[in-house]
Design a protein around this ligand. Structure first.
Ligand code: FES
Length: 134
């Protein structure tokens, strides 16, 4: 059977992906994943949702905002999971974002270090009181 054709219940997906069923519903509401309905109007997910959930979890772990994840996933085909090439592109873009955040955090840390020995809290002098926070 081809990946994506097998239908899974929310509990099967939740157990296999290591997330709560409520998380799946949340992802669905946010447009990150989609579900079909069976004859009894119960949710059923194509099995390719497992890779999609894995991508979402990794991106969240890295600190990528859900809105950004949704935008990236929306650029991918909806009838299958992201393939290795697409995953490489996504993870490469997120790596760049992560590098940028690390650089900002290092600058903030250095500014905070200066504050530890100062204590002026001056709007004019303290880099952390500036609109950009340093
Ligand atoms: S408290 Fe003085 S520089 Fe931040």
């Amino acid at each position: 059977m081809r990946e994506g054709k097998r239908l899974l219940s929310p509990s099967q997906v939740a157990q296999t992906a290591g997330v709560a069923i409520s998380t799946l519903h949340f992802y669905e509401r946010e447009g990150l994943i989609t579900a079909e309905r069976n004859a009894g109007n119960q949710r059923r997910y194509r099995s390719d949702v497992l890779r999609r959930v894995a991508v979402i979890r990794i991106a969240q772990q890295v600190g990528i905002p859900l809105k950004d994840i949704a935008e990236r996933l929306a650029q991918l085909p909806t009838d299958r999971a992201p393939n290795a090439r697409e995953w490489a592109q996504l993870s490469g873009q997120w790596r760049t974002q992560l590098d940028s955040r690390i650089e900002s955090l290092l600058l903030l840390r250095d500014s905070l270090s200066a504050c530890i020995d100062c204590g002026c809290l001056s709007l004019k002098e303290c880099p952390l009181r500036q609109p950009q926070g340093g």
